[in-house]
Ligand binder design. Sequence first.
Ligand code: BJW
Length: 232
Amino acid sequence: MNSIRNIVILTGAGVSAESGIDTFRSAGGLWERHRIEDVATPEGFARDPDLVLRFYDMRRENIQKAQPNAAHDALARLDAAWEGNLLIVTQNVDDLHERAGAKRLIHMHGEHLSAWCAACDARTVWRDPLAHRPPCPACATPALRPDVVWFGEMPYQMDEIDAAVRDCDLFVSIGTSGAVYPAAGFVRTARHVGAHTLELNLDPSQGSIMFHECRLGPATELVPAWVDSLLS
Ligand code: BJW
């Protein structure tokens, strides 16, 4: 591996699993109990907004009780110490990376603690339920929805992410199944530009074969060990 200066780290639900937050596709995950098309598409929301708002109210409450784990802490430590470019791109909508102290962070699939008004487009920090249709603080219309990216919607800050992946020397994917695009395609771009690619995961992802290196185990063990070796 040549010397590393620019790092992109993609994280998924596995990085928060040991904080007690459900993954989507693992055994017992959210998609075993809820149909994706009912709760994670704009069409599902249009059909049954009460169901979708209750699903997100329950998860918003749960994430506020959860605490960052050793993997979030290690990534925040790396963010603070790394002098080159570094970007953590999380698919997670929880706030555990920032609560651990990470600063160079993009939430490509949105955030639980943000509400988006379908009437005036304003975004508001939001910790409370939405199912009772509270008014938007900006325009008073009761048209708030979770500020998350559903299937068929465009993930956030794609230009910034794409530029970082195209400029990285090291791409690391942590705790994601590689089932959802465009995130699942970042490793291909990173390889195309000559970056070293590393997967840290409990089980191999769908795109595991694309990575130069794959280390298997729980994020709370693998991530601190990897960060220690990078900083030593
Ligand atoms: C541990 C662990 C431990 C467990 N330690 N690890 C056909 C082909 C290709 C693409 C498409 C297609 N048809 C449609 C598409 C596009 C579609 C898509 O990808 N569909 C797939 C089903 C194929 N994508 C979209 O629609 C996206 N938008 C889009 O493409 O716009 C157009 C566009 C064009 C060009 C450029 C850019 C864009 C939007 C996707 C939105 C995804 N939204 C969700 C919900 C967000 C809100 C919410 O949280 O409710 O995002 S779905 C869900 O999946 C969530 C996650 O972020 C995402 C990924 O899941 P993740 O994180 O990988 O979790 P799991 O559960 O799948 O995996 C857990 C992993 O953890 C496993 O690997 C375990 O091993 C591991 N693990 N414990 C370490 N302790």
